[in-house]
Design a protein around this ligand. Sequence first.
Ligand SMILES: NC(=O)c1ccc[n+]([C@@H]2O[C@H](COP(=O)([O-])OP(=O)(O)OC[C@H]3O[C@@H](n4cnc5c(N)ncnc54)[C@H](O)[C@@H]3O)[C@@H](O)[C@H]2O)c1
Ligand SMILES: [Zn+2]
Length: 364
Amino acid sequence: MSTRTVRVSLGKRSYPIRLGRGTLDGVGAAVREHSDATRALVLSVPPVDAHYGARVARSLRAAGFRVKRFLVPDGERSKRLRQAERLYGEMLDQGADRGSTVIVALGGGVVGDLGGFVAATLFRGIPVVQVPTSLLAMVDSSVGGKTGVNVAQGKNLVGAFHQPSLVWIDAATLETLPARQLRAGMAEVVKHAAIWDERLFRRLEREVDALMALDPAILLPVLERNCRIKAQVVSRDEREGGLRMLLNFGHTLGHAVEALRQYRGVLHGEGVSMGMVYAAAHSERLGLAPEGTRERLEALLDRIGLPTALPRFERRAYLRAISVDKKKRDARIHFVALRGIGRAETVPLKPEEILPAGVLGKSR
Ligand SMILES: NC(=O)c1ccc[n+]([C@@H]2O[C@H](COP(=O)([O-])OP(=O)(O)OC[C@H]3O[C@@H](n4cnc5c(N)ncnc54)[C@H](O)[C@@H]3O)[C@@H](O)[C@H]2O)c1
Ligand SMILES: [Zn+2]
C-alpha cells in the first residue's frame, strides 16, 4: 500500500504520519508494526463509524487484534469526562492492562482529543493511534500530542500531552466530510501557509479550487506539507515554549468570536478565518506587515467560502472575551502577528492594544 511518511521527531516519542489515498484497509497492518497489544478499541462517532468503522475493524482483525468498536455521540459535547469514564470502564471491564490495548481514534478532532486523553490517563499512558477523518484533524489536531476534554468552565481546560504511536491518514475519507467542515479545516491549512510557507500560500492561491474538489494531485501534497509544518513546529517545541505559539495565529479573535457566539452556529475554523483577517490587518497597522498582506489573505479565505468579517459585538464584549484567554490579569497576550505572508512572530500586547478603540467601526 503506497503511503508517504512524515516523521515527528521527539526522541523516544517519535512517530510517523503515514498519508495515502484509499489506504484505510492498511491501517491494521500499520498498527501491528507499532504495537504489541492484543486488543484494539476503535473509538468513533456514528457519522464516521457508519462509513469507515467496519473497514477499520476488519483490517485490525486481519492483523491479529481483538477488536471492539466504541461510539460516543457526535459533536463537541462528547469531549467530556463522562465519556472518558465510560471508556475507562469499558476497557477495564474487558480486562485491559497497560500493554494489552491500543486505542484507535477514528474521526475528527473530538474523537482524537477524547481518545488521546483516555490513552494518556488510563494506567498513566497506553498507546493511541490517530486515524483522522476531518481535514482539521488531519492537518492539525491529530499531530502534536495535545489531548483533552472540556469542563463547564471552558474548553480544553483538562488535558495532557500524549504523543500517538502512529497517525494514519487516508485522504479518501474526506469525500464524505460535510462541505462546511471541509471549508473550516481549510482555515488551518491557510494558517500554516500564512505563518510558515509563502510557497504553499502561492500554491493555494493558484489551485484552491482543485483542492476544494479534493483533486488527489494537489490534495496529498498539500496534506503532506501541512503535516510537515505542524511536525516541524512540534518537534522543535513540544510543550508550547515559543514557536508552537505561532500556531495560534488568528485564534485570539477566533476564540473570542466562538465564545461570544456561545459555540453555536460558528465552527472553529470559521472563527479562525475571521481572526486571521483581523490579525493580518492589525499586523499592517502595527507596521509589521507590508500593506496588502491582509488583502491577499482575505481574498484566499473568501474563495474558500470562509467568513472574513468579525460579527458585530461591542468592543467591550470582545475585550472581555479576549481577556478570558489569558492566564493572569494584566498579563499581556502573545498576539501572533504576520511579518508578511509566510512569516509570523508573537508580540506581547494588552487586550486594548490588540483591539484599539475605533478599529471595529464608529459605533463600536
Ligand atoms: N489537539 C489539538 O492539538 C487540537 C487542535 C485543534 C483542534 N482541536 C480540537 O478538535 C476539535 C474539532 O475537530 P473537528 O473540527 O474535526 O470536529 P469533529 O471531530 O466534531 O468533526 C466535525 C464533524 O465532521 C464529522 N466527520 C468527521 N470526519 C468525517 C468524515 N470523513 N465523513 C463524514 N463526517 C465526518 C464529525 O462526525 C463531526 O460531525 C475541537 O474539540 C478542538 O478543540 C484539537
Ligand atoms: Zn485552530
